[in-house]
Design a binder for this molecule. Sequence first.
Ligand SMILES: [Cu+2]
Length: 173
Amino acid sequence: MLALLTAAVLTATFQPYHPGADAVTHVPERVPVGARASVMSLPVGGRTAVVLLVTGLRPGSHYGAHVHVRPCGPRPADSGPHFQHVPDPVQPSVDPAYANPRNEVWLDLTTDAAGTGIASSVVDWTFADRPAASVVLHEHHTQVGGSAARGWPASDSADTPRGPPSLYKRRRR
Ligand SMILES: [Cu+2]
């Protein structure tokens, strides 16, 4: 019951950046204007489930996706690095000891013929009061240890400026 009460869902529509946009696309060829994303963040007993559902993307395409630390802005880099439960002292983080799906929230997905995709991740920690402000879609699936890998903003294609919605609300208090 408590979990249900604290679950939060955000649905947003991708559009070119403008102040107040709830989801921003930087590469409309990959994330068309009008595509939609829903993010659910559900803390349960010290763990957190995050679910990402997207519609209106390119059919049969791979996308990387992660929770990032800062909100979307006019530039892809504005969303900052990946959220890490235990922060890597070396940034940008490429060390698999930190850059892994247990220490970060990875939501890579492949769309179906209609351009719909879904991904989920469960981690053994909660965001609590720490900054996590966006979910970013990238052009390629996440690659551990690769240089392009780390979803660094150059490869961003789109982002929703208010990742786990419960965090968004906390930031706005
Ligand atoms: Cu990323």
